[in-house]
Design a protein around this ligand. Sequence first.
Ligand code: C2E
Ligand code: CA
Ligand code: CA
Length: 708
Amino acid sequence: MNTRTRPYRRLPTPIAALAAAVKARLVIYGVTIRDSFVVLLPITFVGVTASLLLNQPFLTLRQLMSRVLGATWPAAIHHVMNATYGVFGLALAVVVSIRLAHRLAADDGRDDGIQAWVGIAALANFMLWTGVVGLPVTTALAQHSMLQGIGIGLLTAELLRPLATVCRGAPDYDSEPVFHHAMRMTAPLAILGLIVMLAAQAVAALAPAGAPWLARLAANINPWMEADWLLNTCVVLLNELCWFVGMHGNVAVDQLAHLLFGITGDSFQQALSWRPLVDTFGLLGGSGAALGLVLALFIVAREGPLRRLALMSALPSVFNISELLIFGLPIALNPMFLAPFLLAPLALTLIAVAASHAGLVPLHDLTVPWTTPPLLSGYLVTGSWHGAALQALGLVVSTLIYLPFVRRAEARRLREQKLAFDTAIDAIVAPAQPHLRSVLRSGKSGMIARGLLATLARDLGTPAVSLAFQPKHDRDGVAVGVEALLRWRHGRYGPVRADAAIMLAEQGGLIGRLGGWVLEEACACKARWNAQGLSHITMAINVSPLQLDAPELPRLLADCLRRNRLAPGEIQLEVTESQAIPAHEMVDSNLAAIVSMGVSLAMDDFGMGYSSLLHMRRFPIHAIKIDGSLTRDVLTNSISRDIIHSIASLGTARAVEVVAEFVETAEQRDALLALGCEVFQGYLYSPPLAADDCARYLTRHGAVARRA
Ligand code: C2E
Ligand code: CA
Ligand code: CA
């Protein structure tokens, strides 16, 4: 039972329904916010790089840059910072609003085409809010306003759509759609702006009212704050919590510490003089003690997005810049990482305070730049190897704290990856709809399908793509032939279903190359087997209807036979009916050419297609393979039995061999034999085997067995 839904059980139904709806909405908000941080990774990445260049602690490197780039390079980097970190709050408002509007529209199943105006409204509302609340101009748009950005983004997406519905206006048939939308969105935008302004004014007016309460709290806390361990605990927790909910931690600590802890003036500065201790030993690698997280990611994730993130954020976090991890993993607003994100820096800080009290790490020079890499900074701050050793201990402790959480995140990611893969495979093998070819679809499934297609193209010709061979037996149990079946082992996902690989190749224009490879590989294998005395075995090769429609097929086949010195009678092509065989002249002339060459044809999956019987009239067929779904329940379903009997009679009347596949038990084989089937293939005899194993199998079950 799902324990999470239990609390609602005891509530009256409308309240329970409301609670469930609110919960569902909050989940959507959470996903939207996390995705938005990820959307903004490019500007985070550029911002981190700029920050790294600007703050790097090595004097010689700075001098070198000045000599090469001119003395004004820091100004240029400042511009880059302004264009990235400097607009982060604003960008968050826009991205959150657009993504949420998109998601809500998709959930309602209607795309009202107003996403662009949602973004514009969020931008305008954000500016209105920060202006009215009176945020300082320098920080209004930046990382400091992330929380405001998120709030405005959510609010805008939620309110603009209902407002737009109310102010729909008369339908307008002859104006441009964009112009029509722009006109009809003007009033909702203005009304929403007004609402935001009023709300901002209310917040600005109410804010001072909270101050006496805060001041009283601060006065009560103040005496306790004399204890440096408690102050540091609070400062670290405050910093981490702020980052976690999307506020700029360092700024918030500076702004809020004196309000919250009642520390003012000199004593506040004095209290904050501990900050270098916190920065140096508590926040190894930046907020969240991120270097430990990077190490944990390296240990747990061998490949995939977490590994890539670890690689990307390793260098910045060596210089104590952790934004890439906070927004890229993402940690911000991700409950999975709340505990270690608070715990790791806290543990390290308390260890450092304890070590400092015990006199193990004398504080020597607290003016070391905050970007100085761990180990080096520990050494410089304490003037002894003790500092570096303490940091090394901190690295181990923080890595250990992060490890179980990273393991859980990776396990979850792998589960989601498997699910997404299965969904994509389902989309690939779904009944063919030309306008919905899986490789052209947007969204996750389309992306996976395109990735799979590219990998298949790359893997073709390597051991990742191979053929397996499944024996066919006659009524006496003698092996008379094999069917070649494609096998593909994907580097990340493992074995991929053969039919999915084929359909993917068909949808992605790769079937010509893949089918050509199968033909060549199967013929080459047959040639090797012939040298081992297995020339009486027929090699059946599956061909896709799309291959039948290609003018080069007969020539390709003839070349293949000649190169491998095979008699045409040794090869049979299995034409499946599961996909429509195009009614093109090319198909008919190809099949006629192939048959006149002496190669035989088998109609695969007979009985399931729309026109199995008609195909018998269209092509000269040598064998019918009854569809596995019919043979599978020959013992249990009398209709299947009747169909099989009719097909077998048809085969006998037309002198066509009748093959039963999916034969799994001796009882099934006996029933199929009694109904008139002549050749049998299935797990009763053998699963598909690798070429060498199959050759040994065929030798064991060859004509010798017949005599025995
Ligand atoms: P198919 O041609 O009908 O092949 C028979 C499928 O049934 C094979 O699946 C085989 O492994 C499976 N099978 C064999 N014996 C049994 C049994 O006793 N019980 C059950 N339940 N299954 C059995 P596989 O290899 O996954 O291939 C699936 C389909 O993919 C094939 O169906 C064929 O349509 C296509 N395919 C495979 N290889 C190729 C190829 O090289 N070219 C083309 N065009 N299609 C291929
Ligand atoms: Ca087949
Ligand atoms: Ca079949």
